[in-house]
Structures are given as structure tokens and as C-alpha cells.
Write a protein that binds this ligand. Structure first.
Ligand code: SF4
Length: 387
């Protein structure tokens, strides 16, 4: 579905409806125009962010995802994964939720927020390459094509890292959201409702999860949205238990099995922990596979002197290495790139957001339109009811 941009309106409305993006008006006063913030010297940023945050008090809560850069995350009231952050924000009385993460996270916060709350994403360009790989129009076409193959009893399951539109589609079609921690539990639930799972949008999380549940690789197919029937035959679709959407995280897909071999050569005895968004071949070679939170807990609970190579976003790995100096903690690939879209949330964007709030202006609000919100909430609640 095409997204229309109307720069004359106030809020980014996400979902099946055309979106509107707020462009702040040129008004006198502090910080209306973001461009002027590019000139704020780095040395004064901390002081100004703290000064803007103070008068806002409890009216604002700042969320910092684990992968967020240090200069921003240090101002977060809560740090965590996207679901936990959404829940923590909704548990506060704060009117404004400033999400220092990426677009789908702000959408999820808007789905789970309380009635009086508003969600802000400091830079609207902070998207997610994985979430963007499942366009709602493509998923609707996929569903129609699956229906054309016959009575398949497919249950959609979507990873938290998907747009509100995809979560809404999932809820409307009887499916559930999952996280990287509970993907197996959600998939098990899905198999009580149907014979097949359509797993969106991360091919690797879907494959790693299904394989660990005992589903054979030859019962999984990949759905390429740019090919007819996803590049499959009716027969292969009927044989499949899991239909994996052809999407991936541009950060985690960079880790290769050769990196595991190399780090083991360079650090004999090292333990390798990989995120399940990594390729199946990497997960097979790793000692541990777990979500960001699971990796954090595992490494924190390990004995001093333990050596770890971690296959996830570099900011989290570097922070762990700084915090746990009695352990050797390295990235599985020292040349891994940061999550470049999350990196777009700069201290300048945070400052601009806060100083506008001080002036009574809400910039970059993310609002999911009502119908999408209803069904996305249904998909999220299904997952939460399984806990
Ligand atoms: S790390 Fe990957 S999945 Fe997470 S926000 Fe960045 S691109 Fe998206």
C-alpha cells in the first residue's frame, strides 16, 4: 500500500491509512527548526539535554533501546528491549513517551500506551531494515496466493520487529506477535490453531526457532515476495509446516559461521552467544542462542574470567565489555556495523525533541490509526496471554 506524505499536518499516522508527517513550523523560540541543532557544539549537549529534561519532570519518560548509542541511552529512564520498554512506559503516568529506538518500536509503544499518552520518535528516519522488508501489500498478496493453493490452515506469527500494519494483519487473521524470547512458545500455540505458520518478517528467527522445536529444514520454505507463490510450487507449500518470510536484520545477518571459527581460533575456550536473528549456520555453531535480554543475563551471570564472543549489535556488546571488566567480552565480528537506523537518533535529536516539549510543542508524534491499532493490540495480547 502506498504511503502518502502530507507535510501540512501534525502527526505520523501509521497503519493502513496514508501517513502524515509533521514538519515543525518555523516559529520563533527555542528549537523549532531541527537544522539549527546540527550546530550545537557536542560539549554543551549533555548540559542542555539535562536542563530541558528537568522542568518536564514526570510528564516525559525517555526510553532507550539496548542498541542505542551511549550519548543518548545515558538519558533514558528505562533501558531494555522494545516490548519491555513499551510496557514500562505504559506503566508510568507520563504524558510523553520519547522512544530512542526505531519506528516500529514507537508504533508498538503507541499500540500499548494508555489513553492520555503520546509517543514521539526523535528522528522519523530511524526505521528498521527488517520491518521494512514486509510491506503490508506484499503480505496481503502472499495471503491471497496461499489461499489460492487450497485449504491450508495457516496461522500468521509476526516478530515484534514488524510494522503496526503487519501486526494488525496478524491480529485480524487470528495470529500472534512473538519476541525473540518467546518465539517457540508462540509457534507452539500457533500449531494448536492451524497446520502451518506464516512467520514474518525474519527468516532467520523463524528457521532457528522452528528447527530447535524439532521441525525439519525440508518442512520449511522461504517466501520471496517478489516472486509468484513466493518462489514455491503448490506442492512445496502444501508440504511446508513453516513458511518463512524472506526478511532479515541487516546487522545480525552480517555474522557468518567463519566468524565463529575465527574467534574460537583466536580465543581458545571462548563461549559464543548469538542472537536468533543470526543465520541458522551461525546459530548451529554457537554455544548459546538467545534474545538480547537472555544474552545479557547469561553473560552477567557467568563466572569472572569467562570469555565471551557475542553476535549482536555492537553498542550492547561494548557496554557489556565496559561493565564486566573481569570477563573478556568481544564482538563475534569486530567489523560488524552498528544498527545505522537506530544510530540516527542523535543527542541533537533528543535535545530538539525535549526543548520543543518545554515550549509546549510535540514534534514527530507517532500515532497508529484506530483499526490497525485494534488488531495490532489483539495480536500483542494473544502473545502476552501465553506468558
Ligand atoms: S538491529 Fe536489525 S532488527 Fe534491530 S532495529 Fe536495527 S535493523 Fe531492525
Amino acid at each position: 500500500m502506498a504511503t502518502l506524505i502530507d507535510i501540512s499536518k501534525g502527526t505520523l499516522v501509521a497503519g493502513r491509512q496514508p501517513a502524515t508527517i509533521r514538519v515543525p513550523e518555523e516559529e520563533p523560540g527555542v528549537g523549532c527548526n531541527f537544522d539549527s541543532y546540527l550546530l550545537v557544539p557536542d560539549t554543551s549537549l549533555d548540559e542542555r539535554i539535562a536542563a530541558a529534561k528537568a522542568p518536564l519532570g514526570n510528564s516525559v519518560v525517555i526510553l532507550g533501546h539496548h542498541y542505542q548509542r551511549d550519548e543518548v541511552v545515558k538519558f533514558a529512564d528505562f533501558r531494555g528491549d522494545s516490548l519491555r520498554l513499551c510496557q514500562q512506559a505504559a506503566s508510568t503516568d507520563s504524558k510523553y513517551i520519547v522512544f530512542c529506538g526505531v519506528h516500529f518500536m514507537a508504533e508498538s509503544a503507541d499500540v500499548l500506551r494508555r489513553g492520555h499518552q503520546q509517543v514521539i520518535l526523535p528522528d522519523l528516519n530511524a526505521g528498521c531494515s527488517m520491518a521494512d522488508m514486509a510491506d503490508i501489500g506484499q503480505v496481503e498478496t502472499c495471503w491471497e496466493e496461499l489461499e489460492s493453493v487450497g485449504e491450508l490452515k495457516v496461522v500468521p506469527v509476526t516478530y515484534m520487529n514488524s510494522t503496526a500494519a503487519i501486526k494488525g494483519f496478524t491480529g485480524e487473521h487470528g495470529g500472534s506477535v512473538c519476541t525473540s524470547s518467546n518465539a517457540a512458545a508462540v509457534m507452539r500455540w500457533a500449531f494448536t490453531r492451524g497446520e502451518r505458520v506464516l512467520f514474518l518478517p525474519d527468516e532467520h528467527l523463524g528457521r532457528n526457532t522452528a528447527y530447535r522445536m524439532g521441525i525439519a529444514l525440508d518442512r520449511m520454505i522461504v517466501w520471496d515476495p517478489y516472486r509468484e507463490l513466493g518462489g514455491n510450487t503448490p506442492e512445496s507449500i502444501r508440504n511446508a509446516q513453516v513458511i518463512l518470510w524472506k526478511g532479515y536484520c541487516s546487522v545480525h545477518q552480517r555474522f557468518l559461521p567463519e566468524h565463529v571459527d575465527r574467534v574460537r581460533r583466536e580465543h581458545p575456550g571462548i563461549r559464543v552467544a548469538a542472537h536468533p536473528e543470526c543465520r541458522w549456520e551461525v546459530a548451529q555453531k554457537a554455544d548459546e542462542v538467545g534474545s538480547t535480554e537472555q544474552i545479557l543475563k547469561m553473560v552477567q551471570a557467568s563466572a569472572p574470567g569467562t570469555n565471551w564472543a557475542i553476535g549482536t549489535e555492537i553498542h550492547l556488546v561494548n557496554r557489556l565489555a565496559k561493565e564486566l571488566t573481569d570477563r573478556t567480552i568481544v564482538s563475534l565480528d569486530p567489523n560488524v556495523c552498528v544498527c545505522t537506523t537506530m544510530f540516527r537518533i542523535s543527542p541533537q535529536h533528543l535535545l530538539w525533541t525535549l526543548e520543543n516539549l518545554v515550549e509546549g510543542r510535540v514534534v514527530n508524534r507517532i500515532a497508529v490509526e484506530d483499526e490497525t491499532r485494534h488488531w495490532a493490540l489483539a495480536a500483542l495480547e494473544r502473545m502476552l496471554s501465553l506468558k
